[in-house]
Design a protein around this ligand. Structure first.
Ligand code: ADP
Length: 481
């Protein structure tokens, strides 16, 4: 079976969040199970400096306003197809936004072009030797792929649309449909229109043969207005075509026994080396070691992540003996809030504003706990990395956080962390206090840690589920193998 992935990110080349990790790890797991996966993504400036020679497999004289090529290359165990369209992607910085934080004004053309090329690659019109049996589109950036495929009529490969976060919907003024070559008859509420706008994610949800999201609980939550954010009607309309498949983690990239980005390695049940990693973090974040737990945050700083609640909970947390090391970036007010907290409590709170892959690993390997108080969380990866590294997760009961962490006070025999609900400052504070109390009981803490580190977080089972779905949609659409 041959599957084409289409996505805007793939780690380690380009990553702004969990999407990048998943688009790297899931193909590797599929490859290990015998699926021929190719990953199509934009060739951003700087992202591919070290991958070596590429082979040009297709050329476009005019793709959304300029010439472009598709280049094939093997890198990091993956078969990549890079869309090299300098007028769209040869720019500095972030894949989605300009230096001032506003969206690139031509994002509809950039990701429309990506989807257009995905549909052409998938049907074999560009590279006659390779045709996809199924296409897997990820998030709004690839939302037009199912629509462009549907425009090719019967015989085009079937598609699957995965929602990694329904908050980002790719909405653009209705007029852009002409530039994107979208069919006029589809510009209705039953098609790709979203209240007068062109909805990239909506298009994917309407035209894909199957829709998935990244945890079973989030798949239920997005049927409601509070979580569906305007797309709940579409999710309900698709009914049984929407499934929740839990993300896994890449245990080669995220494993405390081998992780090249951490200094002291360890393997359960012997976690003594964590102490050296913790000392390093204290130095890096300027913290004074104490008897209480060192907790960390590794996160985008956005409303979704609920870290404003943590800011407000800090005085009581510190009084109870907690220490905090935070790595994150995003919302300016929140960044300032944590920088101010580090100034107000220099020996107890340390803040690093920015994006630092190595430090993200080191925080998991040396902190005692990781705090993830999200208001919603499609799956969440940092709590899973926490489980694997014995950095106990303290999480809100929502989405994938609810599906991956079991509260150790409510369920002492199976608990792997601390879970709180509702997502309020009081409930978060209570969970932080429970964690501090548990930490003081060293044998109990070690027991929870051992259980956490044993949890199966591999991609194997979820990748097998995806393979079943690729097979089923291929059979439904009658596309020959
Ligand atoms: P989301 O995709 O919503 O940002 P996830 O928990 O699914 O959240 O994935 C976040 C990923 O991004 C993890 O791999 C995490 O380690 C990483 N990450 C988040 N913020 C930073 C940061 N400031 N520096 C380094 N890595 C980060």
């Amino acid at each position: 079976m041959r599957v084409l992935f289409c996505a805007a990110e793939c780690a380690p080349f380009v990553k702004t969040g969990g999407l990048g990790d998943v688009v790297a790890a899931l193909p590797r797991s599929l490859l290990a199970q015998g699926v021929g996966v190719r990953v199509l993504m934009p060739k951003y400036r700087d992202a591919f400096a070290e991958i070596g020679a590429t082979e040009t497999v297709a050329r476009f004289d005019a793709l959304m306003g300029g010439p472009a090529t598709v280049q094939a290359v093997r890198a990091d165990g993956l078969e990549l197809l890079l869309l090299d369209a300098p007028h769209l992607f040869d720019r500095p910085g972030n894949p989605y936004v300009q230096a001032d934080g506003s969206d690139w004004p031509d994002n509809h053309l950039r990701f429309g072009a990506l989807a257009h090329v995905a549909a052409a690659v998938a049907t074999g019109t560009l590279d006659g030797d390779w045709r996809a049996d199924a296409v897997h589109a990820h998030d709004w950036h690839a939302g037009l792929v199912p629509l462009y495929l549907s425009m090719q009529g019967a015989g085009a490969p079937p598609s699957m649309m995965t929602i990694h976060n329904i908050m980002y919907q790719g909405l653009f003024p209705g007029e852009v449909r002409a530039e994107l070559g979208l069919p006029e008859q589809g510009f209705t509420p039953d098609g790709y229109e979203f209240h007068g706008q062109v909805g990239f994610l909506k298009a994917g949800l309407m035209y894909a043969n199957k829709v998935s999201t990244v945890s079973p609980t989030y798949a239920e939550e997005i049927k409601t207005a509070a979580f569906g954010l305007g797309l709940e009607g579409v999710i309900n309309h698709r009914g049984g075509d929407v499934v929740g498949i839990l993300n896994g983690i890449d245990q080669e990239v995220w494993g405390p026994a081998t992780d090249p980005l951490i200094n002291s390695h360890y393997k359960a049940p012997n976690v003594k080396a964590r102490a050296a990693n913790r000392r390093q973090l204290n130095t890096r974040f300027g913290l004074t070691p104490g008897d209480g737990p060192l907790m960390c945050v590794v996160s985008r700083l956005t409303e979704q992540k609920g870290l404003d609640l943590l800011l407000n909970a800090l005085p009581d947390f510190i009084k109870a003996g907690g220490k905090l090391a935070l790595l994150g970036s995003g919302d300016r007010v929140m960044q300032q809030g944590f920088e101010d907290a580090a100034l107000a409590y220099p020996s107890d709170v340390g803040t690093v504003i920015g994006y630092d892959e190595a430090l993200a690993h080191q925080l998991q390997a040396g902190s005692d706990a990781i705090i993830v108080p999200s208001r919603f969380e499609p799956c969440g990866l940092t709590q899973m990395y926490g489980l694997r590294y014995g950095c106990l997760p303290i999480v809100a009961h929502t989405g994938g956080l609810a599906d991956t962490v079991t509260d150790c006070d409510t369920d002492p025999n199976h608990g792997t962390g601390f879970v709180f609900t509702p997502v309020t400052q009081a409930a978060l504070s209570d969970a932080l206090m429970r964690a501090i109390a548990c930490f003081a009981d060293a044998p109990r803490w070690r027991g929870v840690m051992r259980r956490a580190m044993k949890q199966d977080l591999s991609w194997d089972a979820s990748a097998a589920t995806y393979i079943d779905i690729y097979g089923a949609i291929r059979a439904d659409t009658g596309v020959a193998a």
